[in-house]
Design a protein around this ligand. Sequence first.
Ligand code: PLP
Length: 391
Amino acid sequence: PMTTFTPPTRILMGPGPSGAHPRVLAAMTRPLLGHLDPDFLRVMDGCRAMLREVLQTENEVTIATPGTGTSGMEAAVMNLVEPGDRVVVGICGYFGERIAQMAERAGGEVTRVQSPWGQPVDAAVVEAAVRAAGGVKLLAIVHAETSTGAETPVEPFARIAREHGALLLVDCVTSLGGMPVRVDAWGADAVYSGTQKCLSAPPGVAPLTLSPRAWDAVRRRETPCNTWYLDLQLLEAYWDERRVYHHTAPISMVYALHEALSLVLEEGLETRWARHERNGRALQAGLEAMGLTLHAQAGYRLPVLTTVRIPEGVEDTAVRGALLHRHGIEIGGGLGELKGRVWRIGLMGESSTPGNVLLLLNALGKLLREQGFKADIRAGLDAATERLGGG
Ligand code: PLP
């Protein structure tokens, strides 16, 4: 039996996790403290303060729920939706549908507004649905749809929510730390994220913030929240100065989050967004110049996650397997209705480097040629290099 495990060297260019910074991994090896030790509580307070900065919010209720991004989603949805509440979810991919399913489990009366996978959610159609439903409590969208590579700009939905007296929930799992996320300027009421995407920490906790309006709605519930572990009133009582025991904090993950947030702020948000933008656009230019077709609608393509169509006659799993085993590069396959039709290439956090862009283009180009697709590798590398500012 294997008694110890040494992972192979990989370049993580899938939909997450991204490669963690060595400082984040080192932080996780620090000695444990008790979860109510005053020195550990200082780390939690540091996370709270830095999360507000990274999320661009002054919301008092800003915490990290225990669990991956889905725990942030579940906490937000379960706490805000009561049985009979009307909920409208704008869906243009896999994760929007997940929100809708959770809202149904919370007892909400859910209206789904669907857009084709690869396009943003359509604000006009959503507004009509909100008007038709009447008395909508919660409007929900995914900012960066990891399943399709498309961005849904948030501002129009914030306006709709305001005008119709609804709360706006935004999934920023894939965007936070890699693209502008401005919770207060948007006017978003509930925003959550994950740690393993553009924050480049391991998966394990979920940043979450609630506006005063959303917090009011949580506190004024008429029915108890359907989840005990993710009950935000209990979680907030542990994260704020009351320090009421709720669960044993995932100590090492909180260390990791603290270090990851420090790294984001050391780099600077604007600089970090610009880095993701430049590398993402270079990758996209390179893929197109090689002769491939991007899936997401032009103008709405995420810089941090690119979907590219798998050419006719090329075998999905053979290419991804060879990328992994021969080149040490992980990319993602398609999810849901895009399974077998696209690849998903992430450039998130530490994985978003010019070197990785060129490495991937070169490796993918060679494997495509082996499969009979005449990828123009030279043109791809030239186009990318030019976008990176080196050509
Ligand atoms: N929302 C989006 C947009 C995601 O991309 C993901 C994960 O890929 C999730 C939610 C769920 O996060 P997790 O897998 O960390 O639970």
